[in-house]
Design a binder for this molecule. Structure first.
Ligand code: SF4
Ligand code: SF4
Length: 278
């Protein structure tokens, strides 16, 4: 298996993966999206809300704020234990982080409440971004609330996913028969991604744009001598992950791999217990 980093930023990771079957790559992608636990606000107690927004609307917005969770799985109980405690409204400190918010509209003008106005009981668990607007208040309006965050998984609700996008795409395999190519340039004009170019009167691949190919096949359609064919390479993919910032890319991938390994170990153990394998 070969892996190459195509793009890496604090919030994105693009990998070129070769010689890995699609079902294995898909299992990793799904584990990243749905299985890796992060913190998110799950319960909100409104003490006062005279803003124009319903309680539910504000609670929903609060739930979708990514919270830093790098150390959370070591410090707090599992999502299953905490979900049960939350249902009983027992906001114990081994499960929940409390975030307080209190704001009042000014005498003149308007106040915007941002994610940074949430005061967390744990400095390890706070909004990833300071500047997410939550609500606006004018004179006479007030919001006072207590929010409780717990660990959860993306399969329960997307607010607990460490990624906002996790996709993979095929790597194009474009074959141009230069003997049949008459250099008309129609495929170059038709291609919306700049994947093709003309060199010495023949269509060739613009390698720097190859991965931008969307498999639209417009180039094939306009090529009268049928000199161009678009397909995809076997067992070569581009994995793209867009992180919310709740976890670092490194921690997310390590956790996802460990979860997959644990599930496979459990599966093997069960098969052994049933006598299917030895
Ligand atoms: S459309 Fe076909 S014939 Fe024309 S340049 Fe492209 S590959 Fe060559
Ligand atoms: S399939 Fe579409 S994007 Fe890809 S090379 Fe052909 S025209 Fe361009």
């Amino acid at each position: 298996m070969n892996i190459e980093i195509l793009e890496k930023t604090p919030f994105t990771l693009k990998l070129y993966v070769k010689d890995l079957p699609i079902h294995v790559l898909n299992a990793i992608r799904r584990a990243v999206m749905s299985e890796v636990p992060v913190m998110a606000i799950d319960y909100v107690i409104f003490i006062e809300n005279s803003s124009v927004f319903y309680d539910e609307y504000i609670a929903h917005r609060l739930g979708l704020i990514p919270l830093t969770s790098e150390n959370a799985s070591d410090k707090y109980k599992s999502p299953e234990e905490c979900a049960e405690a939350g249902e009983k409204k027992v906001f114990s400190t081994d499960c929940f982080v409390k975030l307080d918010l209190e704001a009042e509209g000014p005498e003149n003008g308007m106040l915007t409440i941002y994610s940074r106005d949430l005061a967390s009981s744990d400095s390890d668990v706070k909004p990833v971004f300071d500047n997410i607007p939550l609500a606006k208040l004018v004179k006479g309006q007030k919001i006072k609330l207590e929010a409780f965050a717990r660990l959860g998984r993306g399969k329960e609700h997307i607010k607990w996913s460490p990624v906002s996008a996790a996709t993979h795409k095929y790597v194009p395999n474009i074959i141009i028969n230069s003997e049949n190519c008459n250099g008309c340039g129609k495929c170059i004009d038709a291609c919306p991604r700049g994947v093709l170019k003309l060199v010495d009167g023949k269509a060739v691949i613009n390698e720097s744009n190859l991965l931008l190919c969307s498999f639209c096949r417009l180039c094939e359609q306009v090529c009268e001598p049928r000199a161009i064919r678009v397909s995809h390479r076997e067992d070569e993919y581009v994995l793209y992950l867009d992180f919310t910032g709740a976890l670092s890319p490194r921690k997310t991938l390590i956790e996802a791999s460990n979860i997959l390994i644990k599930k496979l170990d459990e599966f093997e153990e069960k098969l052994k217990n049933l006598g299917v394998i030895q």
